[in-house]
Design a protein around this ligand. Structure first.
Ligand SMILES: [Fe+2]
Ligand SMILES: [Fe+2]
Length: 319
């Protein structure tokens, strides 16, 4: 399958897994298309056309024309120049790698990371946090992310890929939506007597089991194994990056008893202690791997001959 078609399927699968629902996303895209029509001058000149069809601007084809035929992808959670050179070395040794598939954003996908964060407004509304509160909490954090990334050497990895003739694309929020849905189904929608029982259930998921065996288990950033979970929210899986600690306090006030997340900052742990909200911190890498695996399962239905070379934290688990 052509890279551009494979990527379009990935975007569609991301929309299907989006906690806001397809109708919401389509409405937003329609509005963006209308806005794009009226742009003039520099606004038109610098306009990013992808905005009219891709609601996940942290997920993009970063190298290649999109016309390349893709059957074997090298998949990694973080891919920089080193892994691009690895792909090139493998090709030199006769391995057929058609494209590189990355989780964490590179290139323009990284430049636009802040633009996926408003997803959290509607996500947290599902747990009872008013949209105005999340918007207010999120805005300064989005501005900080935008300024911090702005100074990065954004196009290093994509340039390496271009020079080596390696088509590359990344799927970030697309696949984070997928791990979010899996945690909803496997953990949040079920009832558990204690945090220990939640950890046991998480460790039955193959990617978490693999990472736990390697010394990167699911841990309790706050709470004990015997603590009762209360209402459980998978708040730290999708939406670009973690929100500020004020969002955790808002969840506690909205009645959430336990948050499951890929990361917990020190400030969040402090808030958790004060608000008596539990934090179950899952392996970040295993979580990202799950999302990539679920997407690859979907893409394998479209391209029957799809195979992977697993690098940089990724292990292929088929469901
Ligand atoms: Fe992720
Ligand atoms: Fe991640």
């Amino acid at each position: 399958m052509k890279l551009k078609d494979l990527f379009r399927h990935a975007v569609e699968a991301g929309i299907d897994a989006d906690p806001r629902g397809r109708a919401f996303i389509e409405k937003r895209l329609k509005k963006e298309k209308e806005r794009a029509k009226d742009l003039k001058g520099d606004e038109k000149k610098f306009y990013d056309e992808d905005r009219t069809w891709n609601p996940y601007l942290d997920s993009r084809i970063i190298a290649g024309t999109g016309e390349e035929d893709v059957k074997c992808v090298m998949v990694g959670i973080d891919i920089e120049s080193a892994e691009m050179i690895l792909a090139d070395r493998l090709r030199e040794k006769g391995h057929k790698i058609d494209a590189v598939m990355i989780h964490h954003p590179e290139g323009r996908a990284l430049a636009d990371l802040d633009k996926v964060m408003p997803l959290m407004v509607d996500l947290h509304a599902q747990w009872g946090v008013p949209v105005n509160q999340t918007e207010g909490n999120l805005r300064p954090r989005m501005d900080r992310i935008w300024r911090a990334i702005h100074a990065d050497n954004l196009f290093r990895t994509e340039r390496t890929a271009e020079i080596l003739g390696l088509p590359a694309f990344n799927t970030h929020t697309i696949t984070d939506n997928m791990v979010f849905q899996l945690m909803e189904k496997e953990i949040c929608k079920k009832s558990f007597d204690s945090l220990g029982d939640i950890i046991n259930a998480i460790h039955k998921i193959p990617e978490y089991e693999y990472y736990a065996k390697k010394g990167n288990p699911c841990i309790l950033a706050h709470g004990s194994k015997n603590s009762r979970p209360g209402k459980v929210a998978a708040a730290g899986f999708t939406g670009g990056t973690n929100g500020p600690e004020e969002m955790l306090a808002a969840l506690a006030r909205a009645g959430v008893g336990t948050v499951i997340s890929m990361h917990a900052t020190e400030k969040e742990v402090e808030v958790a202690q004060k608000e008596h909200i539990n934090i179950v911190q899952c392996s970040h890498m295993a979580s990202d791997v799950i999302g990539m695996n679920i997407l690859l399962d979907t893409l394998s239905k479209k391209e029957k001959k799809l195979t992977t070379v697993d690098v940089s934290g990724f292990i292929r688990v088929k469901r």
